[in-house]
Design a protein around this ligand. Structure first.
Ligand code: HGY
Ligand code: MN
Ligand code: MN
Length: 397
């Protein structure tokens, strides 16, 4: 009997919002502290050595990566987007513990240390930078910038970390932690319909599209909605309309994706013309040039220079490792598992960019929907994912 179900049941209520059924698991909050406590408990229950790195990422080790490493690490993240689904992140962490349990039950002894990772702040939902924990770990997010990032209430990341008991003064590239990681393998719910259409429960990632986030600051002049003539207005909402409609048309033209999912309007009054509108653009696509063209055209339409808040270049996972995993995962079916790209960003992409050998497994999501309470994976597919991850660990560790 897999340990997956009991762990999943423990996590299920944490940070779940009763009215939407979505999750609000934001970095360095009380909910995050509960999730960290859960991770700590699962690690201790298995006699794993728990380490928190300078960025606040959690690492649970079986074996000593400093003496016998570098090791093989599996895992993912536990935080979510606002009203996110249950599987994006947690599926990878719970599957990692369950796969370890299966391997131990089979008497498997790895040749190298085995780690389970839980990355901090992967979604960037609170402070705006995606994969903040792995970017800090690998040195691609400047510690001073990170400490000064603020949430919608004006709380800085440094203040939030301090409240959570993590010293933001130590933020920075963490060589000691990186040295311990020989290979990182992340299992993740698929955020699309690739596996639904192939009929396979588990697939292997080929690549992650280049993607980024930009902030558009649109300035206007506050005034009365009922007394200001149209000709006298300086209404930033009009620039927003232009930016969004161009984003959609430009994305279609350049074979990319563009989304404006977050806005901040000041003063945000029904009867007041805004003084400013802040919009966040998420743009992605198979080609970096295409994405950059979308951002440039949106900038022109909005009449502002977008502030790049995060950028991740294309990740092409190592073809040898990818194909080896496809063969291992597909053993039961007698043919290699499907290999598919994704437009979703992951910590695996950040570690790959830092030179760590990385790979990803995807578990079928029958809805194809993600970043929504509708995100789903069937229990049988989740267990198939655990089994595939266990076999992948056997092959790699
Ligand atoms: O935004 C993403 O692609 C990921 O879910 N952080
Ligand atoms: Mn996500
Ligand atoms: Mn994720």
């Amino acid at each position: 009997m897999s340990s997956f179900g009991s762990m999943w049941a423990d996590l299920e209520p944490v940070g779940r919002h009763s009215s939407t059924g979505g999750y609000r698991r934001f970095a360095w909050t009380a909910v995050d502290a509960t999730l960290r406590e859960w991770f700590r408990g699962e690690a201790e229950r298995r006699g794993l050595d728990l380490v928190t790195d300078r960025a606040g990422n959690l690492w649970a080790w079986s074996g000593n990566p400093d003496a016998d490493g570098p090791g093989l690490v599996v895992g993912s993240h536990l935080d979510s987007v606002p009203d996110g689904g249950a599987f994006d992140g947690p599926l990878g962490v719970v599957s990692a513990f369950a796969a370890l349990d299966e391997l131990r039950a089979r008497g498997f002894v790895p040749d190298r240390p085995l780690g389970i990772a839980c990355f901090a702040d992967e979604e960037g939902a609170r402070f705006g930078v995606a994969c903040a924990g792995s970017r800090l770990l690998t040195g691609v997010l400047d510690p001073d910038r990170a400490r000064a990032l603020t949430d919608d209430d004006g709380t800085t990341m440094a203040e939030a970390m301090a409240t959570a008991g993590h010293d933001a003064a130590v933020l920075g590239r963490d060589e000691e932690t990186l040295r311990r990681v020989g290979t990182f393998l992340e299992l993740h719910v698929e955020q699309g319909r690739g596996l639904v259409d192939t009929g396979d429960p588990v697939g292997v990632a080929s690549s992650i599209w280049p993607h980024g986030r930009w902030r558009l600051d649109l300035r206007g002049r506050a005034d009365h909605a009922g007394t200001t003539r149209l000709a006298d207005r300086d209404d930033p909402m009009l620039a927003l309309v232009g930016a969004i409609s161009v984003a959609r048309a430009s994305a279609e033209r350049h074979g990319s994706l563009a989304t404006v999912g977050k806005l901040r309007v000041r003063p945000n009054g029904v009867n007041a013309i805004p003084s400013e509108v802040t919009a966040w653009l998420d743009a992605r696509g198979p080609s970096e040039d295409g994405v950059r063209s979308v951002v440039a055209e949106v900038a022109e339409a909005a009449g502002t220079v977008p502030a790049e808040e995060s950028w991740t270049s294309s990740t092409d996972f190592d073809a040898g490792l990818r194909d080896r995993l496809a063969a291992v995962v597909g053993e039961g079916a007698g043919m290699p598992a499907p290999v598919l790209p994704t437009g979703a960003g992951h910590d695996a992409g950040i570690l790959s960019a830092a030179g760590v050998e990385t790979a990803m497994l995807f578990v079928r999501n029958p809805t194809g929907v993600s970043h929504s309470p509708a995100e789903h994976a069937e229990p049988a597919d989740c267990l198939a994912g655990v089994d595939a991850l266990a076999r992948a660990i056997e092959a790699l560790a």
